[in-house]
Design a protein around this ligand. Structure first.
Ligand SMILES: [Zn+2]
Length: 216
């Protein structure tokens, strides 16, 4: 069973945020709040990553799932949403550029979002930053007050960044997106794969930007 972390045990600003670590080819799942939880990315939704038992361990039952936000529509982040929708009725927030992969299956649950939108959670608001490159509709979610960035597959710890060789990927867009995120004040970098960064997230984003532009 994948590991579950209550990130508030590591940093006060992350009180109420939990991380369900993806097992195998599966994204991390972040859970913001508990009574009216927002689930950020949902994993691949397979036997190793069953979503509901993991949410239940955090005290999040079907009636507690208020929103699902997908940082992009790749299946290792998005398929778990369909397990969630089997038992609960949250709206599913996807950047408008990525909805073509998933709109027909989400039906009325889909909410299209774009740069500048604000997604309210039980704890605090999340600002939507459009960060294409890994996919054309990749987005990052930022809470300014606590300096938390959910970066999906746009940027990872230790100077890594998302692959841009997929169908709607773009190297140029990746660099621009890393530049955009580099302009934010980030302490906590919570990415789609890998460990959470609990200190000086900006250093990691800066490393990724420098690494991505080294040859250009
Ligand atoms: Zn991806």
């Amino acid at each position: 069973m994948p590991k579950i972390y209550r990130l508030g045990e590591y940093a006060e600003a992350l009180e109420g945020v939990s991380l369900i670590v993806g097992e195998g080819l599966c994204s991390n799942i972040y859970v913001v709040g508990r009574e009216k939880a927002t689930v950020i990315d949902t994993g691949v939704g397979n036997i190793l990553n069953p979503v509901w038992p993991q949410l239940s361990e955090l005290g999040v039952e079907p009636s507690n799932v208020d929103k699902v936000v997908l940082t992009h529509a790749h299946h290792d982040h998005a398929m778990g949403a369909f397990l969630i929708l089997e038992r609960a009725g949250p709206k599913v927030y996807v950047h408008e550029e990525d909805t073509r992969y998933i709109a027909s299956r989400l039906g009325d649950s889909l909410v299209k979002v774009r740069e500048g939108d604000v997604i309210e959670t039980e704890l605090w608001p999340l600002n939507v930053y459009w960060t294409p490159g890994h996919t054309s509709g990749s987005m990052s979610l930022y809470n300014q007050e606590h300096r938390i960035l959910f970066s999906g597959d746009t940027v990872f710890p230790d100077g890594y960044y998302g692959r841009y060789d997929g169908e709607s990927g773009s190297y140029e867009a990746t660099v621009e997106s890393l530049r955009k995120l580099d302009g934010l004040d980030v302490e906590f970098l919570l990415s789609g794969h890998g460990s959470p960064v609990l200190e000086d997230g900006n250093r990691h984003i800066d490393m990724a930007l420098r690494s991505a532009t080294r040859w250009s």
